[in-house]
Design a binder for this molecule. Sequence first.
Ligand code: HEM
Length: 351
Amino acid sequence: MGRQIVSDAPAPARGILPPVARTTGFAVWLRRLFWLNLFVEILIVATGGLVRLTASGLGCPDWPQCVPGSITPTRQQEQSWHKYIEFGNRSLTSVVSIVALALLVAVIVDQRKGSGRRGLWPPVVGVLFGIAVQAVVGGISVRTGLNPAIVATHFLTSMVLVAASAWLVWRAREGDGAPKPLVPREVRWLAAVTGVVLVVVLFLGTMVTGSGPHSGDDAENPARLSFDLRTVTWLHADTVMLLTGLVVATLIATLLVARHTRAPRAWALVLGVIVLQGIVGYTQYFLEVPAGLVEIHMILACLLVTATTWAVLSLRERPVTDTAAAQGVDQSSRSGQSDQTGQRRPSVSHR
Ligand code: HEM
């Protein structure tokens, strides 16, 4: 096989992500690894949803073994095909862990090569720590007979992992200079409040699930939260209205004051995913939560967390430093230069 030639030519930035700062070999692999990590983090939420929606949570009644004496499902087990679904989800945990360990090794190598890249450690350590927490919380949820509060904690921890993974994808493309705000402080506060309201929406969503037919319990062992399903659903939906208003406000603010067009594009994406999620949310509510739509609702929640993480990050930029410049950078990613639409905006300083 021939050697792969990696171009030093400026790589055009696509969509809402910042232009690629480094285009040489290892940086390319690092970016691919970060994308893979984000993909597997979302995939495990989807397969976890499949476990819950097919009531396969106790398909492996023991943890960490599937049944006492065997780490894999056995023919003697009575849990029919449920044991394979639960075991498949547990196996994916190994894939997620291997990818996370690869992240750690890759970042160590990157630093040893003297890349001078900063800001990678918090999300990488966050991903590793989060996976360790998930292994424990997953085990507790099995041992407590799928207690809905524990199942909700499991889902919400995954959302933190998805956010950290999305942050890594973004971070891998930027330069290494100190972050510089691209919008005034008031807009950054608006975005922060929007992020907090999204956390409340996610939390209330898990309360709806925990109070309804998909809490993860089985017919013989009902385990539900004691909220009134209708009330908690409307609370969830009303908070979504507030979230939508905040996202529209942030979008308009970025259209008016942001230096790059990336920021309004990122917030427009957030708005698009919310509208889609709202349509799925109301449809599943009125159709009495069919499993297929609930699965889509979960995946869209992951995509919304990803889009919102990127939208918040789009409000600042990290310019390219001299260390990075010596290692093959895309000069167009330097601070204050044009973004991929070719638009130039004057460099204004924001508090
Ligand atoms: C930004 C928009 C929204 C987000 C981010 C969101 C997020 C979530 C999350 C995270 C869950 C829990 C998933 C789980 O624990 O497995 C959930 C459940 C739910 N959501 Fe939403 N949601 C949104 C909009 C809506 C809307 C507008 C409705 C309309 C009523 C709705 C109805 C529901 C229902 C009925 C459930 C329970 C599904 C089940 O039985 O598992 N959602 N949502």
